[in-house]
Structures are given as C-alpha cells and as structure tokens.
Design a protein around this ligand. Structure first.
Ligand code: MEZ
Length: 565
C-alpha cells in the first residue's frame, strides 16, 4: 500500500488523522488541523530552494486536503495553471479511487427530499467566492442563521484569481489622487462597454453603491488604496491593494477571516445538487451532496446563488459560443455554471446567457491572465511583427477581436524596467518564466522574432506620443509611462475565456426572476451567475464590484425574507 492513510497507519493509526474512523466532516476540518499540528502551516512548509512552490502560493490558507488525499491518489491543484518541474508529490503513485462527484444522482436526491430536512437554517448561500462570502456576512450581520456551501475543497472560487481591481466612484482614494469622477460617468462607461445591453437599474446600483462597497471591505480589514485605469473607463477608478498586488487573493483572505469572525457555518466539499420548492414555487431548502456525508436536505426560506459563471465549462462554452470552442480559460476549475442549471430546473429566467467575454491578454498557451493592469500602468501591445494595432485601453471585446485578426492570432505586451518596478504583479509573471527580457529594443525584437525596425519605430513613435500627450495613431487616452529604461520586456498573449456576462435574471433586490419576470420567492443571486449588470461586455474592475455590491444586497434581502415570512 502506498498512500497517506497506510503511511499514517504505521505511525499511529487512523486516529492520527481522524477523531473516529468513518466520521469525517465534509470540510475535513479536523483532518486539516492534524496535518498542520504535525507539519506546520504553509509558511513553515515553504521551501526556499524551489522556484515555484505550491506551499507559498497566492491561494491563501486553503485545505491541505485540496491536494493531499488520505485514501486516494493526490492531486496537485496548482497544476491546473502551473507546472512544477522537479517537484515530487508524495504518494503520487497511490491507487486512484473513483471521483466522489459523479454528477447528479436523481435517485439519491429524491431520497433526501423524501427523508425530510436533516437541519434547518434561515439563509443558505451556495458558493464561497466573493459574492457568496459577502452575501453570507451581510445575512449574518442582518441577524440570520447562515450556512455557506462550497462544492470545492477550498473556498475562494473564481474571485481568488481576480487580478485587476474593484471599480468605484467617489471614494476617499479618488479624492486623495484628485480624480474627478461622477456616478453618471461610471454608468455611461459601463453601459457603453456593455453595448447598452445592460439593465440600467442594476448599473445605477453598481455605480451608486460602489464607494460604500469599498468602505465595507475596508471595515472588514481590506486595503484598497491603489488606484489605476481599466479599459473602457474614462478616469482612474479601479481600486486594489497598495503596491499593485492582485485584488482577488487579498479580498478572499479578508472575507474568509471575516466570515469566521461573524460565525458563518462554511462547509467545503458540499455541492448543492437541487433547489427544493413547494407547490407554489417558493424555496423551502436545498439538497446537498457532501463528500463524506452523502445526500441530505437542509431547510431554509432563503437561498442565495453565488456559484459564479461557466467559463470553465467547455460544453457550455461550445454550446453558447461555438466560435470560442477549445479556447483557453483564465477561470478557476470551479466555474462550471452549476447555479445556472439549478435555477433553470425551477423555472428561472436567463438574461444574455450566450454572452461570453474573451480577455485579450491571457499568457499564450497558458491559463494565466496577464492583467489589464499591465496595459493600464503603461505597456503597449504589438503584433508578431512589432507593430501596434489598436489602443491598448479599448474594451476587451474590441481588443480580443483585433488580436484574432493579427497574423497567427497573438500579440506581445512590451514594457520597460520602470513599469516592471511599478507593477508588482509583473514580477510574479517573471517568477513564472513568462517574460522575455533584453537590454535593448533591437535585442528584444531578435529574441521574440519581431521585426527589429518595426519595433524600434513603434517604440520611438510611442515615446513621441507620450511626450506630446496625444496618441496620433490609435487615440490611446492615457499614457502613464514612456518606454525608455532598459531592460525591456515582452510577454506573449492571446485571448482566453474570462467572464460569462449572462446568467440568471435578477431584479434590483437581487431576487431571481421567473420567465414572467416575477420573483421566485426566496431565491436570490449575485455575481457572475447573474446576467444584466454587464450587458454584452464587462469592463475590467466591474466584476469584483458586482460581487461585493450585489452579494451584500442578496444577503441582506435573503435574511429579511427569511426572518419576516
Ligand atoms: O475585472 C477584471 O476582469 C480585470 C480587471 C482583469 C484584469 O485584467 O486584471
């Protein structure tokens, strides 16, 4: 036998991991505490000799059992995006067991419903990303009992990979940077970016409540002090942690801690497989498939869907947008559109379900997003010959389409050492060996295969546009840096699936609507599972804002509904 369980059997038996054999909670909380009590936490396990170290990752304090399995073959979750040359995972040759999640088992679901609820709460939140955590914390603060259910062995969802930031207008940060902005401008930019297909009432809420959302995150412990411009915005309104760090890991870390402090009952490895309604289509609970506990029903008057989009569901992508079939995705493996299926099954209506956003700059042949921040801070984008072809700060749909029209359908982001020092996330891409580096522009052209003369001309023209404050070729509105200081860098990019704009239809209270546009009583939704906020194309920085603002609205109204009916 060659697995973790057998190894521990020799060291002290089942009790070295479990309280009682056969009694394991779905979140595997005790087991994970046992791992840490012997081996230490992630900082103790970090290995300075490794260039890429899964124990020093951006994912924060996630379960050891996300990767290390007691009775099954281990699975290095980080392998979804990175490759770890030379890293051997213990017990990798352990005999693999069947996956516990075999899809929906209707017989088991019906049995759980017939057996009746195993427990009762006020609000159930489905999905522990930013929208789910915000909903759960808001519902708890409003006085409700809350269970937060997450299908994965770790919380954070797609939000924990968010790189850019959170768009807000009228914040202290904008005042400190003397940025003149208006709610109307936020609304106009968002509507224009979404090709006016957005629901204007939802956009108004997004803009009006954006500054309060920042204050709320700060009150929970977040730092959102850095300010930059995102594509499609007329001013700097994208807020993120100071020093240019990625926003997602930071706010997820803050929200995880806040939900523990608030006493939210968070259960991992707990997939909701059915929304249960009564004869009048009112929500009465959900059926959960727990990794260890099997199928069971929990009764609740309110359910918040915060399951994210479907950007990692290859079948749904191919169905809704055949031209994107097979395209890489920047999304977490959890983004499989479950909430859409759950809501459809009880008659929810969908908005713009087939609108999918390709982000123009995903690392070529990888799943790693090269954040819009890199262009926002000053990088230019050129084609394989070294020529610019569009304003780098245009909206994502236009930038992606333009790249797909270039020879070989890829582009390079080019920047200098000044930008490298300024945007910390760029140093992260370097750490991941994604950057080409050279001491001169002509050398950079040589190692990337661009035409030397073209790249040199592109850069000298751009530096002239910077100096005169006007981009004569493509009308780029903001040029924060010239490209002057060696070394020079380039990273190869191509479009990848990034966001699914469509989803369940909601009203301004985040209630899910049926096909007659009437609320399905007790069902709320927030974040990427919903449609309407972003229209046909989402602006960078509006997703994190959406998850916080509508997460709070959904949680507060779900609590109100549960406590008052
Ligand atoms: O909101 C986003 O998706 C975003 C800002 C992404 C990025 O490029 O960093």
């Amino acid at each position: 036998k060659n697995d973790l369980a057998s190894f521990h059997k020799e060291m002290g038996g089942c009790k070295s991991c479990h309280t009682q054999p056969g009694k394991v909670s779905d979140s595997e909380t005790h087991e994970n505490q046992q791992c840490k009590s012997c081996h230490g936490d992630y900082s103790a396990l970090a290995n300075p000799k490794l260039k890429l170290d899964p124990h020093a990752s951006h994912l924060g304090d996630i379960n050891c059992t996300s990767c290390h399995k007691g009775h099954e073959k281990p699975k290095l979750y980080c392998n979804e995006c990175h490759s770890f040359k030379g890293l051997e995972m213990p017990f990798n040759d352990a005999k693999s067991k069947e996956a516990w999640d075999k899809g929906w088992d209707n017989e088991a679901i019906n049995k759980a419903i017939s057996a009746g609820p195993k427990e009762t709460t006020d609000v159930i939140v489905v999905g522990a990303g930013s929208a789910g955590f915000n909903a759960a914390i808001a519902a708890k603060k409003a006085g409700a009992r809350v269970i937060l259910l997450e299908k994965a062995p770790f919380s954070g969802g797609n939000s924990m990979l968010a790189a850019g930031g959170y768009n807000a207008v009228g914040t202290e940060q904008q005042k400190a940077h003397k940025v003149d902005d208006k709610i109307e401008w936020f609304v106009e930019d968002t509507m224009k970016g979404g090709r006016n297909a957005n629901d204007p009432k939802l956009v108004q809420i997004l803009a009006e409540q954006s500054a309060d959302g920042i204050k709320w995150l700060e009150s929970l412990g977040a730092n959102m002090d850095d300010l930059k411009r995102s594509g499609g915005a007329r001013v700097d309104r994208t807020h993120r942690p100071s020093g240019g760090l990625s926003v997602g890991p930071h706010i997820i870390d803050v929200l995880r801690k806040a939900s523990i402090n608030e006493g939210v009952d968070t259960r991992l490895n707990s997939k909701v497989v059915k929304l249960v309604v009564d004869d009048e289509q009112k929500i009465v609970g959900v059926v959960v498939h727990g990794k260890h506990s099997g199928h069971y029903m929990v009764a609740a008057k309110s359910v918040v869907l915060a399951t994210g989009g479907y950007g990692f569901n290859k079948e749904m992508i191919a169905f809704y947008r055949p031209t994107f079939k097979g395209m890489t995705s920047s999304n977490n493996i959890t983004s499989t559109g479950d909430g859409i299926e759950l809501a459809k099954a009880i008659g929810a209506s969908m908005t713009d379900i087939d609108w999918i956003q390709a982000h123009p700059t995903v690392g070529k042949d990888s799943r790693i997003l090269i954040s819009e921040t890199v262009r926002g801070v000053g990088a230019i984008m050129v084609n394989k010959d070294g020529n610019r072809f569009i304003s780098e700060l245009t909206t994502r749909d236009k930038a992606s389409d333009a790249i797909l029209k270039q020879p070989e359908q890829y582009a390079w982001l080019v920047f200098d050492n000044e930008l490298y020092k300024k945007a910390k996330m760029v140093q992260g891409y370097d750490h991941l060996d994604m950057l080409e580096k050279a001491n001169t522009v002509s050398e950079l052209a040589k190692i990337t295969g661009m035409k030397e003369n073209s790249l040199e001309k592109t850069i000298s023209n751009y530096n002239r546009y910077f100096k005169q404050g006007k981009d004569e070729e493509f009308g780029r509105e903001q040029m924060p840096l010239p490209l002057k200081n060696a070394p020079f860098y380039a990273v190869k990019v191509a479009p990848g699936i990034h966001h699914t704009m469509g989803g369940v239809a909601i009203d301004t209270k985040a209630e899910v609507l049926d096909i007659q546009s009437k609320p399905l009583k007790g069902l709320f939704a927030a974040g990427e599972v919903t449609g309407g906020v972003h229209g046909y194309n989402r602006l960078g920085g509006n997703a994190v804002a959406d998850t916080v603002i509508f997460g709070k609205i959904a949680g507060t109204n779900a609590a109100k509904h549960a406590l008052e009916t």
